[in-house]
Ligand binder design. Structure first.
Ligand code: HEM
Length: 261
């Protein structure tokens, strides 16, 4: 136990925790982005996929959700503590010395603010599409029409697109520094030329942002409700709603789909 505590209290220990949790979250957003793109195939496809994750994957959903939540918490706590350690390490009483990092990009200079914007986005996002708290009239099963309804609202689309910009910057610097911390990428002659993370950051952010933009500009239209959802599930959720359960309540546990729809 002491070993774990020493590791966590060391700067390298925190950097490794940030790198590992960061890469877990990169894996999640890539999978989530690809899952979302089914909105361009059909309403039935997207809804069936959401239903599959909710009702077939079942218990594993909570395990993955637990890993995601633990990763976000460890990532944020390690980031805050590392920042404090760095600030505390600045020599005091010798007049303020501006800290000039070795390799400074716009992404690295703004990564903390971008990180907080992403955190605010994730909270809003889960309340929006998973717990259906912001729009209780959304359907617990018709993910497709929830997405279409959601992105017909200008400020919602603007917020999502802004957050995807922050995600691109976070991935550009975060994925690169994670690979560096774990020794998976060698120091380069031109450290700001990072073709792989640039491609990753660009593709993930664009792959996400294209959904709200396509809905907002009319390329993705509303569809007949509840396509792709098994009839018995619709009967069950209709029964539940008539019994007064909130719209987001699941027909069978577990409640949500871990963003795979
Ligand atoms: C424009 C971009 C995005 C769209 C259109 C989108 C869409 C969705 C939808 C429709 C759901 C609900 C799925 C369901 O419950 O059936 C969802 C859930 C979720 N999304 Fe996204 N998402 C986007 C970006 C992101 C990003 C960037 C992140 C993380 C950084 C994220 C994290 C999550 C999480 C954690 C959930 C809840 C998973 C759960 O516990 O079930 N999403 N998303």
């Amino acid at each position: 136990m002491q070993l774990v505590r020493n590791f966590w209290q060391s700067q390298i220990g925190k950097k490794v925790v940030m790198a590992v949790t960061g890469l877990i979250l990169v894996g999640f957003v890539v999978g989530h982005m690809v899952g979302n793109l089914q909105v361009f195939q059909s309403a039935a496809k997207l809804n069936a996929y959401g239903y599959f994750l909710k009702h077939t994957v079942g218990g594993a959903l909570w395990a993955v959700r637990g890993v995601l939540l633990a990763s976000v918490i460890l990532h944020v706590v390690a980031a805050v503590q590392l920042t404090r350690q760095k600030q505390a390490a600045r020599p005091s009483g010798q007049g303020y010395q501006k800290y000039e990092p070795q390799i400074s990009t716009f992404a690295s200079r703004t990564i903390r603010w971008g990180g907080f914007l992403l955190l605010a986005f994730i909270v809003f996002h889960i309340l929006h599409f998973t717990t259906l708290t912001i729009y209780p009239d959304y359907s617990p099963t018709d993910v497709y029409n929830n997405v279409v309804k959601g992105f017909q609202i200008p400020w919602v689309t603007a917020f999502y697109v802004l957050a995807m910009g922050a995600l691109a910057l976070h991935l550009f610097h975060g994925a690169w520094s994670s690979l560096r911390t774990l020794g998976l990428s060698r120091p380069a002659a031109r450290p700001t030329a990072r073709p792989i993370v640039t491609a990753l950051a660009g593709l993930v952010a664009l792959g996400f942002a294209v959904v709200p933009l396509a809905v907002f500009f009319g390329a993705v239209q509303p569809a007949a409700p509840e396509q792709g959802i098994p009839a018995e599930a619709l009967e069950a959720s209709a029964l539940q709603q008539s019994a007064g359960a909130p719209a987001g309540a699941s027909t069978t546990a577990p409640t949500s789909t871990l963003a795979g729809h």
